[in-house]
Design a protein around this ligand. Structure first.
Ligand code: C5P
Length: 317
């Protein structure tokens, strides 16, 4: 497979899909299946990937964008697995070329791989005219990964279970964010494992018998509902942050650089290593992003806002 864009797209469908930040990631104990029960409050934000599907003889994959060299182009790519899963569901061949125009940081804790999977499902369903119901698409999403259903839905939602059981949340305003992109990724399983290790080391234990059931924070849900950035800043919470910092201690300097520059609050995005900074408005976002870029504590910084809509067909629908 090559990294070039398709050059003779006769008939194609393009889906645009957002990144996410977890404004609350409450992690319960390790379950017998190895996953962790979550109270996971997702907010979709305006960094996007675009997935274009074009009829082809066999399943092929290309990727462009600043991090394209870090994206696997074989069937381990979640977008390719999504196309295969949808094809199997409808008893047909997954004979498409998938092209990912990647702008979401790779392995960064912003659900970029999950976003591509949700986009590929919607794009293939549209291209093939397979008319899969929303519920079925969500089931396929959940089979592909815990964060994939949210990428389809977007906006804001509470994820229970391992994060796949979604309840949409009302958001009363626009929240402005800066994301500091680190060099290199962090493996999500490794961060959960480190979270368990730290819990064990503290003497608490790490299983569902040791850790109380994770619950969403009423103050945080209220802050989302009313669009109150100051209240949201006070309620942001990520139980994976200590584990991400333990594996990547340099993130502490990035968090400090953003708060020193005037962010209302800073936290690790999901399993990291991207760090997220909530700011008061678009102007503050540009200022904090510039300060982070100048700080030398991250590879780059991006200003954006949320909530953003979920996966959407932008051409060919
Ligand atoms: O569901 P997904 O494939 O995104 O999960 C990747 C890994 O992250 C899992 O294999 C597991 O190690 C960890 N995980 C977890 N609990 C969750 C979600 C993910 O332990 N709720």
């Amino acid at each position: 497979m090559t990294r070039n864009a398709p050059d003779n797209a006769r008939e194609s469908v393009t889906v645009r899909v957002p990144a996410k930040v977890n404004v609350q990631l409450a992690v319960g104990g390790r379950r017998p299946d190895g996953f962790h029960d979550l109270a996971n409050v997702f907010l979709a934000v305006g960094l996007h990937d675009e997935v274009t599907v074009t009829p082809a003889d066999t399943l092929t994959l290309t990727c462009t964008g600043p991090d394209a060299d870090q994206v696997p182009l074989d069937e381990s790519n979640l977008a390719a697995r999504a196309a295969l899963a949808l094809a199997a569901r409808h008893g047909r061949e997954a004979n498409v070329h998938l092209h990912i125009a990647k702008d979401i940081p790779v392995a960064g804790g912003m659900a970029g791989g999950s976003a591509d999977a949700a986009a590929a499902l919607l794009a293939c369903d549209t291209l093939w005219g397979t008319g899969t119901s929303r519920d079925e698409l969500l089931t396929l999403c959940a089979e592909l990964g815990s964060d994939v259903p949210f990428s389809l839905v977007g906006g804001a939602a509470l994820g229970r279970g391992r994060g796949e059981l979604l309840e949409p949340l009302a958001v009363g305003g626009t929240f402005h964010w800066v994301f500091a992109v680190a060099d290199g990724g962090l493996s999500t399983p490794a961060v959960y494992k480190e979270c368990d290790r730290l819990r064990d080391a503290s003497g608490r234990g790490a299983t569902t018998a040791d850790i109380p059931d994770p619950e969403p924070s009423p103050a945080l849900l209220d802050a989302l509902r009313t669009g109150d950035a100051t209240a949201l800043a006070a309620a942001l919470e990520n139980d994976l942050q200590a584990a991400a910092l333990s594996l990547r201690p340099s993130l502490a300097a990035t968090l400090a650089a953003g708060t020193d520059a005037g962010a209302l609050a800073a936290l690790v995005s999901g399993s990291g290593p991207t760090t997220a900074f909530l700011v008061s408005d678009a102007e503050a976002a540009e200022r904090v992003a510039a300060a982070l870029r100048a700080s030398g504590t991250c590879r780059t910084a991006r200003a954006t806002a949320g909530p953003a809509p979920g996966a959407t067909v932008v051409t060919g629908g």
